[in-house]
Design a protein. Structure first.
Length: 256
């Protein structure tokens, strides 16, 4: 079963209740939040109240953390501790991040070693709290292709290493998003929906439905494998963007 939702941090002008109300109005049963939306755990309680009243579930939390820069290690673990406390209040069992960028001037071999050690620590700490850790491949980051995801997965070698599946991020670096499903369906626990083109004269994101990412094939592949996963519309900074993307996603699903 695929459930659809949207990532809330882009709608900065809306209150927590307004963000949840938008999901309910659009018939989206899920939202995904970012660690940076919460100044305190009291904010999490406020969001919980809105979700309970409107029948919307917070399915996952994201938070960019520099997993391949050892100079940020202590800062990362402090951020992680707060995120895990927030997940506990929100009753969320998925936390994901990107690895971000290496420290300046560090050889790649050393970056792999640092990324492996810090990521394994994150896997262990999230597992201790009953939360699944998922990695998102992202084009600007050190781990941005399927090949690099596979390498980090092998190096970390931890059962609490899952995947936050963003097909557009794979598409724009030349990795096949359908191959990701084929190889790692059992690791995909969460995902994103956005769109993009990759041409000689334009390499850019576009509104959902105006790019080239083959969502009909992707949704069919997820359904065929019986995955229970929430896919969240992201990179929207307006109600109009979320509304139009949700309408397109529903149209694609209806065609399957």
């Amino acid at each position: 079963m695929i459930r659809f939702g949207y990532r809330t941090p882009g709608l900065k002008a809306l209150s927590f209740r307004e963000k949840v109300q938008l999901a309910a109005d659009l018939g989206l049963p899920a939202i995904e939040v970012a660690r940076t939306e919460f100044a305190s755990l009291a904010d999490c309680a406020e969001l919980n109240e809105a979700c309970a009243a409107l029948g919307v579930e917070v399915t996952s939390m994201g938070g960019a953390m520099g997993l391949c820069d050892p100079t940020l290690r202590e800062e990362i673990l402090e951020q992680l501790d707060f995120a895990l406390d927030a997940c506990a209040v929100l009753d969320v069992d998925i936390f994901f991040t990107r690895v971000m960028w290496p420290a300046p001037g560090v050889p790649q071999a050393d970056t792999w070693a640092a990324c492996t050690e810090i990521t394994r620590t994150v896997c262990e700490r999230t597992a201790e709290r009953g939360i699944r850790f998922a990695l998102e491949a992202d084009p600007p980051c050190f781990v941005h292709t399927l090949e690099r995801v596979e390498r980090l997965m092998e190096l970390v070698d931890h059962p609490n290493f899952w995947l936050n599946y963003d097909p557009t991020n794979y598409y724009v670096v030349g990795s096949d998003p359908l191959l990701v499903i084929e190889r790692y369906a059992d690791r995909i626990i969460n995902g994103h929906v956005k769109d993009a083109v990759y041409h000689a004269d334009e390499k850019a994101e576009r509104p959902v439905g105006e790019g080239e990412v083959p969502y009909a094939e992707i949704f069919r592949a997820l359904l065929d494998r019986g995955l229970d996963v929430a896919m969240h519309i992201e990179h929207c900074n307006s109600v109009k963007c979320v509304t139009e993307a949700a309408a397109h996603v529903k149209m694609v699903m209806a065609s399957l």
